[in-house]
Design a protein around this ligand. Structure first.
Ligand SMILES: C[S@@+](CC[C@H](N)C(=O)[O-])C[C@H]1O[C@@H](n2cnc3c(N)ncnc32)[C@H](O)[C@@H]1O
Length: 274
């Protein structure tokens, strides 16, 4: 019999056997743990679905079309990025020295592709957890020959907190974040003081956080917390909402809001120099 590498020191009681897994321990469904596409995005790269933290998104398995799946298999290795929370990303290398804006929650990515095409001198790091949208944006980027977009898969909070260096971003865009209208879900809204404090550390001084929403109570909350935050100042001199800037295209979610008669508000706040 081979000798144990870690023999029990004399006089100590025998080590207790490893506890059996609890009968009612949570076993995540396969779709949360197994990759859907070879060489494609990981289902839960940082394990954030199992964290106790309150998240701004709902994990869901959505239908992926053949075209989106093909794009994920073929292009993820080149243009995709799993948010595993381990490595710090060198944005200069990733974007060939371009200034980089982070877009949080790009949805199906049509507006992202339009902005990337309209401004090739800016890199867009686009993050979402939505697999069909990731495939759609990769396909759009390929079809339009866009080299200034990277598609990140996972929770934007982990990306900001663990993987982006301080003062590395020229801007952050949050267009039509999930409004979480029920009062008991307000804690899930992304634009809160803690998020702003984190975002401010990753923005270069002068970098702009641009939010837009069609949900009036959320717009009011955004204006309130941004105005109160010491690291941000409103680009709108009267302290209110900004006119919609020309560079922001109509987004899919915005179109749905406009069809319902919602009013859209843009908020542009600069990171202060302090
Ligand atoms: C209401 S949709 C808006 C999509 C798009 N911007 C538009 O206007 O059509 C919000 C998106 O944000 C994504 N999202 C929410 N919280 C996120 C987070 N913490 N990290 C990454 N994506 C997130 C959701 O998956 C969803 O696709």
């Amino acid at each position: 019999m081979s000798e144990s590498l870690n023999p029990q020191p004399p006089g100590l009681p025998e080590a207790a056997p490893a506890p059996a897994p609890e009968a009612n321990a949570y076993v995540p469904p396969k779709w949360r743990t197994e990759p859907r596409f070879p060489d494609g995005p990981s289902p839960d790269p940082a394990g954030s679905h199992h964290e106790r933290r309150i998240r701004s998104f709902q994990p869901r398995r959505s239908r992926v079309t053949t075209g989106q799946g093909e794009a994920l298999k073929r292009l993820w290795g080149t243009w995709g990025l799993d948010i595993d929370g381990h490595e710090v990303i060198d944005l200069k290398t990733l974007f060939d020295g371009l200034p980089v804006v982070l877009e949080i929650g790009f949805g199906m990515g049509e507006a992202t592709a339009q902005m990337a095409a309209a401004d090739p001198s800016t890199g867009i790091l686009a993050v979402d957890v939505h697999t069909p949208g990731q495939g759609n944006l990769l396909a759009l980027a390929e079809r339009n020959g866009l080299t200034n977009v990277r598609v990140a898969n996972g929770d934007a909070i982990i990306l900001l907190r663990e993987m982006l260096p301080p003062e590395s971003l020229a801007g952050i865009r949050v267009y039509f974040p999930d409004p979480w209208p029920k009062a008991r879900h307000h804690k899930r809204r992304l634009i809160q003081p803690e998020f702003l404090t984190l975002a401010a550390t990753r923005l270069a001084p002068g970098g702009v956080l641009h939010c837009a929403t069609d949900w009036e109570p959320y717009a009011e909350q955004m204006l309130e917390v941004l105005t109160a935050h010491p690291d941000f100042e409103n680009l709108q001199a009267d302290g209110g909402y900004s006119p919609r800037p020309d560079f922001r295209p109509l987004t899919r979610f915005e179109g749905q809001g406009l069809d319902k008669g919602h009013v859209v508000h843009d908020l542009l706040f600069r990171r202060t120099e302090n």
